[in-house]
Design a protein. Sequence first.
Length: 243
Amino acid sequence: MIYKVYPSLNDFENLSRLKVESSDFANDFDYKNIVVNKPWGYEYLWFQNEKVAIWFLRITKGQSTSLHCHAKKRTSLIVLDGEVQCTTIDDKYKLKTLEAVVLEPCVFHSSKSISDEGAFIMEIETPPMKGDLVRMHDAYGRQSSGYEKTNEYSSDFSLYEYFPFEEKDFASWKFKNIEIELVSQKPNMNNSTIMIVPICNTIKMKSKNFIDIGEAFPIYNNENFSCEEILTTNHQFLVFKKL
């Protein structure tokens, strides 16, 4: 299941009363080859181009990210392993492995690990703007602060499950019970392929349907997509498969 969530009146009302600043330092910093420690776990930059930044998150058992929003970027959250409860101001979404939620700009949300082993999430941000962060509530007292500073950065990868994407020699990336492939053509439909994410351009189709860049899109048993003709000439997809 993939849920798509648009901002509500409650989101806009809360955003209007909070201090909204985008950190130039966080937006400009090169996050390659570091891990950012968080009170709920850690995250690292898995892949980035001019259009998207993809982060790998580890949330320990029972811990939760802050209730926050991104005023200028879309966020797709895809569960790679475990179970996660994604909470917005207006609703809750329980996500299992290879389920996702697509959050349009300004939607306040938090992600909590509800599985005994913790959870791993892939976060796809469009466009790459790490400083675009507004925290509303936080269990660790960070509600008035921006993105983590350098004192929380680590390069001791032996402490983490650190497997970044290397496009130059990338065929497929396997983690737990999933596989992610990078393809430059329309993905093949089969029983193991669950969803795709465009990472270069919005995908326009002959039927006038489209898939936004950075949007998790279901193709498992999606007969409509199997019949679609893609018009966008320059495109790449991440293809998520179950093993």
